[in-house]
Design a protein around this ligand. Structure first.
Ligand code: SAM
Length: 276
């Protein structure tokens, strides 16, 4: 007999396409809980059927009534309750935030079981810098709101990750081309599924491709960070040094120009001495 689960809320990530991506621990928890809170009982029902789990499902999203949330919190305080979304990790552009916040506030145990999330799959696949990224959910539908958000994020030195839908992809690529020109972009589609693809290029190149081959399925749009400004040429460096030398000693001038250009201070000092 498996050990009964402790009461509490268990956040369980589920596959985003490939059913093989459910973890053994997720299956064990889904089998062991008293009930599963889910967005759509038909979708979760199919997953449970595949896993041969017969569990009680309760429909829940963040727009659910206070009464439904109270009911779930009452359950989680007394028994183990799982939270799943239609696909991927709950709370990531999916319901769950209000329930988790409230559960934590009341001292109910919360456990999160890691598993698939389209944003991580797309980021790791894209070849774009992964050391710093910002996940911004879905871009707004309205053109002005969309360009406003892109402009707000323009100066961030990070890869930007957006969830996207096929019918809106061309509009979003056009907005990226306009507001974030010169960026490398990637479109990750149908991840973990049969027709998975990840295509990168400029927003204009990708727009031309998807205008000719209208995209289908689920999409993550990624925008690379702004490039470094090109290193200044020799003539520019000399001009900067000459200007600084008018008021500063060679060492100070070199330090100033090093700060402005990121170039090596010692090399700049040697050049400043030649120019003096
Ligand atoms: N919670 C989910 C997660 O952790 O990935 C995301 C849910 S959100 C409502 C759905 C969006 O996620 C889709 O519109 C798409 O942008 C992205 N997505 C989900 N599955 C995907 C897949 N297999 N391939 C590409 N994008 C996917």
């Amino acid at each position: 007999m498996p050990t009964p689960l402790e009461p509490g809320l268990y956040i369980v990530a589920t596959p985003i396409g490939n059913l093989g991506d459910i973890t053994p621990r997720a299956v064990e928890i889904l089998r062991g809980v008293a009930a599963i809170a889910c967005e759509d009982t038909r979708i979760t029902g199919k997953l449970l059927h595949h896993l041969e789990i017969d569990a009680r499902m309760i429909r829940y999203d963040d727009h659910a009534s206070e009464a439904t949330r109270e009911h779930l919190l009452g359950l989680a305080a007394e028994q183990p309750l799982a939270l799943v979304s239609d696909a991927g990790t709950p709370l990531i552009s999916d319901p769950g935030f209000k329930l988790v916040r409230e559960a934590r506030g009341r001292g109910i145990a919360v456990t999160s079981l890691p598993g698939p999330s389209a944003l991580v799959v797309a980021l790791t696949l894209s070849g774009l810098p992964s050391d710093r990224f910002l996940f911004a959910g879905f871009l707004p539908n309205k053109a002005k709101a969309r360009t406003d958000i892109l402009a707000e994020l323009a100066s961030l030195k990070a890869t930007l990750v957006f969830y996207e839908t096929a019918p809106r992809l061309l509009d979003s690529l056009a907005a990226v081309a306009e507001v974030l020109p010169g960026r490398e972009v990637a479109v990750a589609r149908e991840l973990t599924k049969k027709f998975e693809e990840c295509r990168s290029g400029s927003p204009e190149e990708l727009a031309a491709h998807y205008a000719a081959h209208p995209p289908k399925g689920e999409i993550v749009l990624l925008v690379g960070p702004p490039g470094e400004a090109p290193a200044p040429g020799e003539a520019d460096v000399d001009a900067l040094l000459r200007a600084a030398l008018q008021t500063e000693k060679a060492s100070q001038a070199a330090a100033q120009v090093a700060k402005a250009t990121g170039l090596d201070r010692k090399a700049l000092y040697a050049r400043a001495m030649e120019l003096k």
